[in-house]
Each structure stands twice: as structure tokens, then as C-alpha cells.
Design a protein around this ligand. Sequence first.
Ligand code: FMN
Length: 359
Amino acid sequence: MTEMFAPLTFAHGAPLPNRLMLAPLTNQQSHADGTLSQAELHWLTMRAKGGFGGVMTAAAYVTTEGKGFPGQLGIHDDICLPGLTQLAAAINAAGSRSAVQLHHAGIRADQKASGLQAVGPSDDAATGARAMNIAEVEATIEAYIAAAERAHRAGFNGVELHGAHNYLLCEFLSLTHNHRDDLYGGSLENRARPLRKIIHGIRARCGAGFTLGVRLTVERFGIEIHEARALCGELMAEKELDYLDLSLWDVFKEPEAAAFKGRSLIDWFAELPRHATRLGVAGQIRSGGEAQRSLDAGADFVLIGRAGIANHDFPQRLARDADYQMPKLPLSRAHLAQEGVSPVFLDYLQNFPNFMEPV
Ligand SMILES: Cc1cc2nc3c(=O)[nH]c(=O)nc-3n(C[C@H](O)[C@H](O)[C@H](O)COP(=O)(O)O)c2cc1C
């Protein structure tokens, strides 16, 4: 049985003090130029003080054309450094490990917020996005690495690459979104090339004390579970990554693919040889029991999303009561405001079905 409050070491960087990490949560609280707001600082610092062993920022955009939402945190430019430095210091001072999630929204970029045409691996009629040429793919790879260096300079313990949810890195991996016939399309190896080049670059340029994770979708958006398993297995064997974060949306659900039914998603990934890489999972972990079940099923740590919005001190509550469950949904605006959720974040949360009381 994995002890929820035992530290977790990584191949690179500082250990997590416990197995509970705040999941990346977009909250639209940043300034229009991508710099940090006091509201965002407050919301994340509260989670670090509430006992999360790791606190990750929302998805932060690495290039202007990759901006996915109004009010998104930026890490695309040095103008973001002062705010990021303040945020890393506040999270670290609370005894938590700090990470930035590096993001490019690809064809899902918000063209109004960025002021630029969206780009992706291939033209996309539905969004009006256009295919990147090779020089643009390579410049974007460099932008991810430069963003990781910025996070390092700001004092973060590490970064996570957002390779999930049909954003740019996931679109490259996707069998339905990537129609390229160059070195970035076709075989799984080619489709994973941008991700691997970013991993190599960050490992080479951010030093051995910097923790590097990757978040992946394992089914949907043209990602097939057999390919996701193959890629996870290879990435873990290559030993450059410190952890994989599997965004499962429901840790214990069964895969969609008929050939993989009969076992839960977590089981298909927990059995892969892990070498020194750690495995984190996210999706519907709302109680001490569900967190412990995920660890018992083989996860090294769990990422907590909505329960961490509902209770800034969800980990401290689990430490006191192993059976603690997050408050019953839907939640009131008053409750969430007390938990450090600002009005603009409250409005965004209204998009998530049944999370908040209707206004
Ligand atoms: C309000 C909200 C914002 C989110 N923003 C992000 C994000 O920026 N990056 C990301 O990878 N996932 C994002 N997610 C997904 C969460 O990180 C998490 O994987 C998902 O909510 C499932 O965990 P949960 O059931 O504990 O909430 C978001 C989810 C919610 C509810």
C-alpha cells in the first residue's frame, strides 16, 4: 500500500512532500498580456498552504499564437518573469513543489485573444487554423524550451508539457489531426518528434535539478490507447522524463476501445515498466478513498482538480480524515469565493456542468 503522505522522489529535482498534486486548472485570472494577477497568486498560494505536495499553474502559453483563452497565464516572454518569480517563491515558501504547465493551444487557440490565425500540424477547416511549416514547428519547439528556461529562472521546481486535450502536442500525436507527410507526420515516431525534441531540449538546458513531466490524453481526439501505451512505455524507458501525468477524466473508467474493455484505464498504464519515471493520474478523485484506491492501483501520485477548487486544504483534510469527501455538488459562489476563487474564475467554472449552483 502506497502511503499518501510519504514523500515521492524524482530522477531530477526535489521530492514531492506527499502524493497529492494540484492539477493544472485554467482560471482566466491573468492580465491581458499574460502577466500574473494578485487573484491568481492568491488562489495558488492558498493551495500550497493547504497541503498540496505539488502545485501546478494553469496551462501557460508559450507563444502568442498558441494562446488558448482570454486571461490565460503567459510564459512566452520575459515580461512574465516578475510575476512568475513571485508565484514560484510563494509556492516554494509554503513547502510545496512548484511547476508551470507549458501549453500551446494549436488549432484550438483563441484567435480573438491572440490576435493571430491559429496554427496546428495540418489545416483545419472547422477552426480556420493553418498547417505550420517546418520552420514554424521548429520555432515552436524552441519556444517550449525557452519557456521552460524561463520557469527555471523564475524559481519553479519544474514544468509539465501539456500533451493532452487536443492542444498542439496532442494534435501532432493524433491520427485524425496530423495529416503531415514530413518528419513530423506519419509514423508514431514522427508524430511524437516535437514532444521528444522538447523533452531533449529541456533536459539539456534546464539542468539535472529540474523536474520534467508530460501530461497525455490516452484515448479520444485521434489518440488510440494502443499507441498511447506504446508511447508511455517508450518515454519511461528513455529516462529523460521524471513523470507522466495521465489525464483520464475518470481514473477507474474502462477504455472506449473494445479490445481494451474489462479493466480500468489506470490498470492498462500502471502495468508498464516504469524505470525511474513516476506515474500520476487525474480524473474524478474526490475523496480520500478514491485517492488511496488510485495509489493502490499503482499510481505514484494523484492530481486533484475540482476537489482542490472546492477545498484549498483538501490534502490537510485527508491527513485528518482518510475518508474525507469533497463537498457535495453543486457548490455556491459564496463557498467558492471563500476558497479563494475570484469572480472571473467563478464565471469560468459556470461552464463545467453541475459544479456550481446555477445563477
Ligand atoms: C476549471 C478547470 C480547468 C482546467 N484547466 C486545465 C488546464 O489548464 N490544463 C490541463 O491539462 N487540464 C485542465 N483541466 C483538467 C484538470 O487538470 C483535471 O485533469 C480534470 O479536471 C479531472 O480532474 P478532477 O476530476 O479532479 O477535476 C481543467 C479542469 C477544470 C475543471
